[in-house]
Write a protein that binds this ligand. Structure first.
Ligand SMILES: *Cc1c(COP(=O)(O)O)cnc(C)c1O
Length: 454
């Protein structure tokens, strides 16, 4: 549209001159919202989100950054993809289970199950008889089927909740015997000892930071013992002159042994020989095993409890269990994780380094042809998220100039990489292969911002 500003007062991008005129021409909110794209967005995202986008577009017009007639288009461009504040990102950190990125990504099967469970479901109803049924029975059955050595299973909100429930039911007002080498801080300032004490249990610490023997436990056990707790040091490693008693050495002491394996492996994993698993611990005589659902199991956030029938029943019937119960979306995702195809986490764990390097090479040459300073390099990935500390998984990455890191993180499809030796590395081990095209597109979009800043 023709601009009516007088010579010398053009409303250009600095927006200093002719302001009054521009301000009058900025369309009102109700008029902008008549744009069919925006009224559709109101139905999809809700009015507040759409109005916020319109306001930002109006402000841009008032500031002279855009012409008043560009307000509707700009508002449409500013609309978020979803009504929530969470944005999907590509995890190119090389940390498979990144706590800040929500740990395990759900499989396609689990995502579909969540979608289907979002409406009314038979989560607590037997459709055949019309009678109330056990909540989440099929998810629990799927978990039990994967670990038949457990007498019964229960699921709560997360691994911490599983421990709190066990401590409350079996040790409130009594003692939990635990090694000084296993008093773990799980992250963000939360410490397992504090968590356990919050239930009214007392901690009876035994051994030393580096060495604790079965005899240390035996000496501490008495009439006040609720249980012996073994905690997998899942986010650090003590090496050198060390000793820890295995669950099998402690099951003869006459008190229950609870094992917090943390990462949620249900059976041994060939790639992670030092990582404890539920089946092995139960066979070794553990009375109860607790674990997280969103670490190596590759499922939704939840806490698994596996153990003898009586014990698990006592946990599930305790009043606190009601406060820690999981919702239907979690149950749906967990069941699909357990019964479905290999999870993204499992695939990332077993990806062959050569295949990762082939992908990195393909990406690097395509991007280099588009003027990006991209190379394929060898890299080292980790499990992260409280699993397999010290294990490195040989991997491959796309290496880019450092300024790409910020540009990629703030792009339309945010990509989170890592900085190493002055380069931005996009490690491919945790990026599903089907996302390679999106990754390349994100790098191309970041190119102008990043290459300009070099
Ligand atoms: C991760 C972890 C926890 C906490 O589990 P959340 O699911 O994060 O609550 C507890 N213990 C161990 C050993 C862990 O690795």
């Amino acid at each position: 549209m023709e601009q009516r500003a007088a010579p010398g007062t053009a409303h250009t991008s600095n927006g200093t001159a002719g302001d009054g005129d521009v301000r009058r021409r900025v369309p009102r909110t109700d008029l902008v919202l008549r744009d069919p794209r925006l009224s559709a967005a109101v139905r999809r995202l809700g009015a507040p989100v759409v109005k916020a986008a319109v306001r930002r577009a109006q402000e841009a017009a008032r500031g002279g950054g855009i012409a008043p007639e560009q307000v509707p288009d700009t508002a449409v461009a500013l609309l978020p993809g979803t009504a929530g504040g969470l944005r999907p990102v590509l995890n190119a950190t090389g940390v498979l289970l990144h706590t800040n990125l929500g740990r395990a990504p759900l499989s396609a099967a689990a995502r579909r199950a969540v979608q289907e469970a979002a409406g009314p479901t038979d989560v607590e109803l037997d459709l055949a008889t019309g009678v109330r049924a056990r909540r989440g029975r099929s998810a629990l059955a799927a978990l039990h089927e994967r670990v038949p050595s457990a007498g019964a299973v229960h699921v709560v909100n997360n691994g911490a909740a599983a421990l709190v429930l066990a401590a409350t039911v079996f040790a409130a007002g009594r003692e939990i015997v635990v090694s000084r080498g296993e008093m773990v801080e799980i992250g963000d300032g939360f410490r397992l000892p504090d968590l356990l004490v919050s239930t009214g249990a007392r901690l009876r610490e035994v051994g030393t930071t580096n060495r604790t023997t079965a005899a240390d436990y035996a000496e501490a056990i008495g009439p006040d013992t609720g249980f012996v707790l073994k905690v997998h040091p899942s986010n650090f490693r003590i090496t050198g002159f060390t000793r820890a008693a295995e669950a099998a050495e402690l099951t003869g002491l006459g008190v229950p042994v609870v094992v917090d394996i943390g990462s949620g492996l249900l059976a041994p994993h060939p790639a992670l020989p030092d990582e404890p698993d539920a089946d092995t611990q139960l066979r070794a005589g553990a009375a109860l095993v607790t674990a997280s659902g969103d670490k190596l199991l590759g499922g939704p956030q939840c806490g698994l409890l596996l153990g003898g029938q009586e014990r698990v029943r006592a946990l599930a019937r305790h009043p606190l269990a009601r406060a820690l119960r999981v919702d239907k979306l979690t149950l749906a995702a967990l069941e699909a994780t357990l019964t479905g195809p290999p999870t993204p986490t499992a695939l990332a764990l077993t990806a062959r380094p050569a295949a990762l390097m082939t992908r990195a090479g393909r990406l690097a040459s395509a991007l280099a042809a588009d003027g990006v300073d991209a190379h394929a390099v060898e890299s080292a990935a980790t499990v992260g998220g409280g699993g397999a500390p010290g294990v490195t998984l040989p991997s491959a990455a796309l290496s880019l100039p450092e300024p790409y890191a910020a540009a990629l993180r703030t792009g339309d499809v945010p990509v989170v990489g890592r900085l190493e030796a002055g380069r931005c590395l996009l490690d491919l081990r945790a990026v599903p292969e089907e996302d390679d095209d999106r990754l390349a597109e994100a790098v191309r979009s970041a190119r102008d911002g990043a290459e300009g800043r070099r």
